[in-house]
Ligand binder design. Sequence first.
Ligand SMILES: C[S@@+](CC[C@H](N)C(=O)[O-])C[C@H]1O[C@@H](n2cnc3c(N)ncnc32)[C@H](O)[C@@H]1O
Length: 231
Amino acid sequence: MQGGRQCFAHKVYRYRLCARVIQCMHAMMARMTRPFAQSCENNQAPIAKVLQTAFAHSRHVLEIGSGTGQHGVYFAPRLPHVVWQTSELPEHHAGIAAWHAHLPAPNLRTPLHFDMRTSAWPQTAEGVFDAVFTSNTLHIVGWPLVQRLFALAGAHVPQGGVLVVYGPFNYGGTFTSASNQAFDAWLRARDAASGIRDFETVVQLAQQHGWSLQHDHPMPANNRSLVFQKT
Ligand SMILES: C[S@@+](CC[C@H](N)C(=O)[O-])C[C@H]1O[C@@H](n2cnc3c(N)ncnc32)[C@H](O)[C@@H]1O
């Protein structure tokens, strides 16, 4: 009798142990399937501070080039008054969704397919986008796509809307650091159409599409946050 009870207890113990191991493996696999960029981990808090002021009166934010999805899950709970709409090329959607499943927020939306090359300005049932955020994209895509991005945003975001662009920029045709210069050389070696953009040229382009520069915030690691308003 005693032996039977011990045997049963041992079986329960083994069952619980197996269940715990399976649970841990699931958690590990989920973590492994979430893409991770250390740069997002480093820049999300300083960017959030800029956005909390820039988007203080915004309602509906379109994030262009959401990347890993880390930014969206970090910013959405810190901007609870906005709906944060992520967007990306389709190959990144699963990774972004994995972050949303891990850190859900009621105001965070699953990614739209938005390709700067071909997509029309996205529309959702939640109304027009009165704010746009894009991080580390202007130096990745070719200049014609940068032009298209400002043109589309200028044509669709209503007056008073806000556009925040984060990333590295050159000033007066000069790199702001040796690391930016090395980064630019690396970018151009892998894609001659990419490269760090000139602040003055971007501001001029923005103006052509109705965006006036409100702030140019210095950010850690030789980056900037440019805040534009639609006039
Ligand atoms: C350097 S990553 C930046 C990602 C993220 N915003 C961040 O700061 O970590 C550049 C992103 O631009 C996206 N991208 C490249 N070409 C694009 C295009 N034609 N349309 C939309 N997104 C594009 C890439 O998929 C990539 O996620």
